[in-house]
Design a protein around this ligand. Structure first.
Ligand SMILES: [Zn+2]
Length: 262
């Protein structure tokens, strides 16, 4: 499993405005868990990351999320810099034609930027793109992700909509974690070495939500549902002895809170 850092930079609002419910002790704990996220003058420095999971037999790849995309992509109005996924794939020796599956945790700009290109062609030509049906159903037709991602993938027959929990492939399971968006999903990756990985998507966006999982993110569609999903996901990670893989912390892999206590 390979972490691919598409972009990194400062969020468009201060960290305390993004998590207005967090208190000083929780910010201190967050800074200890992810010191890289502490930017200048209260800024939130965050990564924008995707993951590539190799098939056990080496025959292909599953991508989890598709980054902020190119300079002309839908994330450009607010993402700090364009993404560099094409170079990262080359460096990692991953041919995009060998990606047979792309799981989109949700349909926000910073997770779908490389799903397609500016000409409206699917970026991964042979992949089926897996998204929850509840996510596409809730997406506004005027959202830039509709034209950038949903339309071209539907047109090419590559959009694969699923409902709820789903065993996608051996060792890869979709876990619905709604709240951040209506059809948000996380991914459980069972690894041959026995150390499972839970790819959180935006169920966890900042270490302050590991220090205090009840803390809401200001851009969650349904904060109460998001909190329940986050708490359940973190408990599941502890139960399984799984490590978390996050899109936006400045460390790709991090232990869930309470790891090793059960
Ligand atoms: Zn995000």
């Amino acid at each position: 499993m390979t972490a691919l850092l598409d972009a990194t930079g400062l969020f468009f609002k201060p960290a305390r405005d993004a998590f207005p419910g967090a208190v000083a002790a929780e910010w201190a704990a967050a800074a200890a868990l992810d010191p890289g996220a502490v930017g200048p003058d209260g800024a939130w420095r965050l990564d924008f990351r995707c993951f590539a999971v190799a098939d056990p037999d080496g025959s292909g790849w599953t991508m989890i999320d598709a980054g902020v995309g190119p300079a002309e992509g839908p994330g450009a109005p607010w993402c700090p810099v364009p993404g560099r996924l094409p170079e990262l794939l080359t460096e990692a020796g991953i041919d995009r034609a060998d990606v047979h599956t792309v799981v989109l945790t949700h349909l926000h700009e910073d997770h779908t930027g490389w799903a397609a290109d500016a000409a409206g062609r699917p970026f991964f030509p042979a992949a089926r793109y897996v998204v929850q049906r509840a996510e596409t159903a809730a997406l506004d037709r005027l959202d830039p992700v509709w034209d950038w991602v949903v339309e071209p993938l539907r047109a090419s027959g590559q959009l694969h909509e699923v409902d709820g929990g789903h065993r996608l492939r051996p060792g890869l399971t979709l876990l619905p974690t709604p709240g951040h968006t209506p059809g948000h999903q996380s991914v459980l990756v069972e690894r041959p070495d026995g150390r499972d990985v839970l790819v959180t998507g935006d169920a966890v966006v900042h270490a302050v939500q590991l220090a205090a999982p009840a803390v809401a993110y200001a851009h969650e569609r349904d904060p109460a549902t998001a909190r329940a999903s986050r708490e359940e996901l973190l408990a599941r990670a502890v139960d399984r002895g799984a490590i978390l893989a996050t899109a936006h912390l400045t460390r790709p892999f991090v232990d869930p809170p309470g790891a090793g206590t059960r």
